[in-house]
Design a protein around this ligand. Structure first.
Ligand code: BT5
Length: 257
């Protein structure tokens, strides 16, 4: 069970995931949350870069000691985090995002949030896990290479005709409170039995054509839903296939989402 949440904030760090790892190795307890105003080396998946410019976005990571979980179920934490961010944006800002499986939240077809879950293994079991979340909040522009596919809370609020601005602190707290609720439901069964339906309601591209881009092959399919472990189910030529996070990229046929 995830009970206490202990928030720490730093002006600048390399990566909040890296700061959590350091503290985990030094014996910190589950529920430590490190957030930062800016990251000098924010990380995406598989060596990609995450932009977190000066005090415009949320960079936040949690430390988990998931004794209850197997190695295979750790990636499902990304699914839980995506649900938490989506819900937090709805309750704090009235923004209704969709989840682009496995680790993005999108609004109007643009990415507002990315999630990176990492773990260290000891004796064949997860020793600790860090789940890091980046959310664009006050950003009004982005580096050229991502400008076409990135958005922020303030841009979306303005787009919806609101004069409100997002609060990084309020959203961060809401994210981790929602995360705790979902995580504890997940821990009870060790799978998504209690959460799958809600997740699928907010799954981008559900019932639509997507392009699955794997290293070995690339094909079109229809996104159907997720398994109890959080893998994506797609249908290609009448046959269901299960897609694991990390294996592939999933793209909409008509753009980024
Ligand atoms: C992700 O990777 O989306 C995971 C991002 C996780 C960031 C958090 S911040 C707190 C914690 N500390 C860290 O160091 N990381 C975590 P991926 O699915 O691989 O997407 C990366 C791609 O997203 C990049 O290659 C860009 O195309 C795009 N991108 C980079 N920065 C972005 C931004 N601020 N907004 C939207 N898209 C961005």
């Amino acid at each position: 069970m995830l009970k206490e949440l202990n928030f720490e904030y730093y002006d600048t760090v390399d990566s909040t995931n890296e700061r959590i790892k350091e503290r985990a190795r030094a014996g910190a307890s589950q529920g430590l949350i490190i957030s930062a105003g800016t990251q000098t080396a924010g990380k995406g998946r598989i060596g990609r870069k995450w932009e977190s410019p000066s005090h415009d976005s949320i960079s936040t990571s949690i430390l988990l000691h998931p004794k209850e979980l197997t190695l295979e179920s750790v990636p499902t934490i990304t699914i839980i985090a995506a649900m938490a961010v989506r819900k937090a944006l709805e309750i704090t800002c009235g923004l209704e995002g969709l989840i682009k499986w496995p680790n993005d939240i999108v609004l109007d077809g643009k990415k507002i949030c990315g999630i990176l879950t990492e773990m260290e293994i000891k004796d064949g079991k997860p020793w600790y896990v860090t789940c890091g979340i980046g959310v664009n909040v006050h950003n009004t522009s982005f580096p050229e290479e991502i400008a076409f596919k990135a958005t922020s809370v303030d841009l979306q609020l303005r787009h919806n005709g609101s004069t409100k601005k997002g609060s990084r602190k309020e959203i961060t707290h809401a994210i981790w409170q929602c995360f705790r609720d979902y995580y504890n439901i997940f821990i009870k069964t060790g799978d998504l039995a209690g959460l799958k339906e809600e997740y699928e309601r907010h799954l981008a591209n559900r019932g639509e054509r997507v392009r699955i881009e794997a290293q070995a092959d690339s094909y079109e399919a229809t996104a159907v839903g997720i398994t109890h472990r959080g893998e994506l189910i797609v249908n290609t030529q009448g046959e269901e296939r299960i897609i694991r996070a990390g294996e592939v990229s999933v793209r909409g046929i008509y753009g980024y989402v």
